[in-house]
Design a protein around this ligand. Structure first.
Ligand code: ADP
Length: 184
């Protein structure tokens, strides 16, 4: 049973690696960013509410992502484990998740900190060309990461749930390192 949370700055490779690992472990990859982008494409009520925040590189309000995560973790395909990519992104969301997992009897989760230096993540994001990958929005996303998300490294390390992997290596090397830390 694997329940994994992916932490790390935007551009560290969370999306790529968490997908590879979810396929390998045959468990669902749950990306709040992907779900929100899909909602924007479909212009659902969630998408319409989230869009202006995402375009600016700000976090969308907790309530929106917490509702979607709660609903997603209640789907039957999560019973053999899951990988969360992009959630939690701040301490309030981590507390929400902790409570949700306790209520639903889904414990034993671990957080992987996929770390990479600023210069590397900026170069990667500029090359990616997603709508929120303009230089200004990237700068804001990195600031939000430092202020809101980076404190989760201590949050999970205090709870002895933190694993760390160096994201500044080739994708194949990162995958190998990830498989090693989760098996250890
Ligand atoms: P990246 O990690 O490359 O920044 P994501 O796809 O994870 O990209 O997130 C893109 C955007 O979606 C974020 O900048 C934010 O606006 C929104 N978002 C995703 N997850 C969350 C979350 N847990 N809480 C608030 N906003 C979120």
């Amino acid at each position: 049973m694997t329940r994994l949370i992916f932490l790390g700055p935007p551009g560290a490779g969370k999306g790529t690696q968490s997908k590879v690992l979810a396929d390998f472990l045959n468990i669902p990859h749950i990306s709040t960013g992907d779900i929100l982008r899909q909602a924007i494409t479909e212009q659902t009520p969630l998408g319409i509410k989230a869009q202006s925040y995402m375009d600016k590189g700000e976090l969308v309000p907790d309530q929106l992502v917490e509702d979607l995560v709660k609903e997603r973790l209640n789907q039957p395909d999560t019973k053999n484990g899951w990988i969360l990519d992009g959630f939690p992104r701040k301490v309030s969301q981590a507390s929400f998740l902790e409570e949700l997992l306790a209520e639903t009897g889904q414990g034993g989760e671990r957080a992987v900190n996929l770390d990479a230096p600023d210069q590397i993540v900026i170069t990667r994001l500029l090359g990616r060309g997603r709508k929120d990958d303009s230089e200004e929005v990237i700068r804001r996303r990195l600031e939000v990461y430092r202020e809101e998300t980076a404190p989760l490294i201590n949050y999970y390390s205090d709870r002895q749930k933190l694993l760390t992997v160096d994201g500044n290596q080739s994708p194949e090397e990162v995958t190998t390192a990830l498989k090693n830390v989760i098996a250890a």
